[in-house]
Design a protein around this ligand. Structure first.
Ligand SMILES: *Cc1c(COP(=O)(O)O)cnc(C)c1O
Length: 433
């Protein structure tokens, strides 16, 4: 399998390109740090994922999990290819609708949906609510009743399967806040009998993120399929099954998890049920379609370590700090074959020891002012960024062929400061001064 990162971002004549655009041109136009996405890579990855599913014969619906990268241009790129959306808030639902995703292809997940969000989604006419607790179900019933609607629901089951991924992104064991435990289902179903505005139409599962081992999927899908059959026999009119997202990517440039094998695992577990199957991939579709451009500010030689102090920081990309994530990095100008590699710590300007992108990473010699790229930052990059240290949010750019469009510009300091409002008493004091 070809890795997207390898095809979307390559050296040509010694210069790193996105598709056929030299990345140095983007840096020159919008400055650094800056997120760059390849529209070709987004489209290719979506098509490959969707084809792997249809090749098995499954009747599938891909609902892109917007939280991985919520930019409208990204959501619309997938939506135009037929994708639905998996949303976890009213904000994401509004994004999906704004990007033209039909409501009947939208599923609403998340453990903490609020009354107003439920009402908005019911009015929009979404495909299903993935419900995670009895209290949520009761509230949804009440909100739907007030609107004279029936809420289509999939029960999100906690299959108690360890996804074998990072602790902060594992979701499918009983230690986690997610899903309904299988043992509690009989009581729940009895309670649902009395809820007139709820229609249980499906079962759902989502066991974690950045899964590279398919065995936990097989275990979770089989458990869900078994439950599906039992509930159907008990008279629940189940019409869909939702297998969640979480399929990982390669962060090292090597081959990633095999999409075909993943599709086979799903097919084996649920094909016999004869119902449409929903998938909610996020990271897998966007992770390797994006990179973060940055510039070296200083090279600082300490007694025991050499630091590259760069202009990107943990506020732009929190993954290394939060998940101990490893990201590939390469200079924009290709290093000569025989360039010596020296271990460097790549660090940002923020006043935190955690503001570090790589530790003792072998890297070709870099000088202040030189540009480099941090790879695989299309997912959980820009969307998890902040303005910590009053740093301006990094702009975002989408490349197509040899041209690019700025899809989010860097705000000005005036814009940023204008977000703060002073209370009356301080404003008066300032006026008097
Ligand atoms: C986060 C999430 C996803 C997407 O996860 P990825 O690892 O990005 O594929 C899918 N479904 C649900 C319910 C989620 O919370």
């Amino acid at each position: 399998m070809t890795d997207t990162a390898e095809t979307a971002f390559t050296y040509r004549d010694g210069e790193l390109h996105a598709e056929s655009l030299p990345l140095a041109r983007v840096a020159e136009a919008v400055g650094t740090p800056c997120f760059v996405y390849s529209s070709q890579a987004l489209e290719d990855t979506y098509r490959r994922f969707s084809k792997a599913l249809s090749d098995t014969g499954l009747n599938s619906l891909v609902c892109y999990a917007i939280k991985a990268n919520p930019h409208l241009a990204v959501v619309k790129t997938f939506g135009d290819l037929g994708s639905g959306a998996d949303v976890v808030s009213e904000g994401e639902l509004r994004r999906a609708i704004a990007a033209g995703v039909p409501p009947e292809r939208i599923v609403f997940a998340g453990v903490g949906k609020q009354r107003g969000e439920m009402a908005f989604a019911l009015e929009a006419g979404i495909l299903q609510f993935n419900v995670e607790s009895p209290d949520e179900l009761k509230l949804l019933n009440e909100v739907a009743g007030a609107l004279g609607k029936i809420a289509p629901v999939a029960l999100r089951i906690n299959p108690n399967v360890d996804a074998k991924t990072h602790a902060k992104i594992t979701t499918g064991t009983t230690e986690n806040k997610f899903g309904i435990e299988i043992e509690s289902l009989p009581d729940l179903l009895a309670m649902i009998e009395g809820l007139e505005h709820i229609a249980i139409e499906g079962l759902a599962v989502h066991i974690g993120s950045q899964l590279t081992d398919l065995a936990p999927y097989a275990a979770a899908f089989e458990r869900l399929a078994k439950l599906f059959v039992e509930l159907r026999q008990a008279g629940v009119n189940l019409r869909r099954i939702d297998l969640g997202g979480g399929l990982g990517i390669s962060y090292t440039g090597g081959p990633g998890p095999d999409v075909g094998a993943y599709a086979e695992v799903a097919h084996r577990a649920v094909a016999d049920l004869g119902v449409p199957v929903i998938f909610e991939p996020g990271r897998h579709l966007v992770g390797n379609a994006g990179l973060l451009l940055a510039r070296v500010l200083y090279v600082k030689q300490g007694r025991s370590r050499r630091f590259l102090i760069v202009d990107a920081a943990m506020n732009d990309l929190i993954r290394p700090t939060l998940y101990d994530a490893w990201h590939e990095m390469k200079p924009l100008r290709q290093a000569p074959e025989n360039a010596p590699l020296e271990p460097v710590d790549v660090v940002g300007p923020i006043c935190e020891s955690g503001d570090i992108f790589a530790s003792a990473r072998p890297f070709p010699p870099m000088k202040a002012g030189e540009l480099f790229a941090i790879f695989s930052t299309g997912a959980y990059g820009a969307t998890m960024s902040s303005t910590y240290n009053t740093r301006l949010p990094a702009p975002e750019v989408m490349v197509r062929g040899d041209s690019f469009a700025v899809i989010k510009s860097r705000p000005s300091y005036e814009d940023l400061l204008a977000e703060d409002q002073l209370p009356d008493w301080l404003r008066a004091a300032q006026g008097a001064a």
